[in-house]
Ligand binder design. Sequence first.
Ligand SMILES: C[S@@+](CC[C@H](N)C(=O)[O-])C[C@H]1O[C@@H](n2cnc3c(N)ncnc32)[C@H](O)[C@@H]1O
Length: 234
Amino acid sequence: MTKEKGKLIGIGVGPGDSELLTLKAAKILEKVPIICSPRSAPEKESIALSIAKPIIEKRENSYLKLLEPVFPMTEDEEILKKHWDESSESIAILLDEGYDVAFITLGDPSIYSTFSYVQKRLENSYLIEVVPGINSFSACAASIKKPLVEKDEILMIIPKIDERLEYLIDKGNSYVLMKTSRNTEELEEIIHQQEGKKEISSVENCSMENERIINGFPKEKSYLTTTIVKINKK
Ligand SMILES: C[S@@+](CC[C@H](N)C(=O)[O-])C[C@H]1O[C@@H](n2cnc3c(N)ncnc32)[C@H](O)[C@@H]1O
């Protein structure tokens, strides 16, 4: 008899506050035998793991193995590919042994998440489940207590500045600038040049103990910062 393969579960753990984990995510994390939690460097704790910690610490006697692959913060495709391949192979071994693996990820797994690269490598061979999480920009909008979009407004999510921005920027009403740490003054300049009244707020470490709301663009550019821009063109 062949052994049944395990399932890969991508779980969004939300933006930072463990209370923003969904009940569904918590239920899985209480029982799943393997939790895979990527980190950016061997000496750095995974943010997703720190969010899930209160749930994991409450587990009673059930078997748990933690996988903590390193996904370096680089834009070098070759290096990244090597890390995604290696992690997917380690996960595949456990899935072949019949273990379910929960791959936890900051915010929501469908938004700029490392889970998507692993999912692509494994989805043809294994069962996949995706548990959504509260994404960072919804949490940031909640922190600044402002709606992101209303009526027929268009929301744009911008991960970096490049030539596409020039022809896109005047088509939207609200903009979420993610990975703010690598957005340059040039982007700020482009936003400032747009016609209309602008409301610009940035949230650093949203929903965490050290959350900071900044009016405008942040001066220091830390990784966990998102900027929300609304332009009233009327
Ligand atoms: C690789 S993306 C991950 C996005 C995540 N999957 C999500 O659903 O929000 C990382 C970027 O998300 C944003 N981010 C994630 N968590 C955040 C937080 N707690 N506060 C502010 N921004 C956050 C920042 O812009 C950061 O550079």
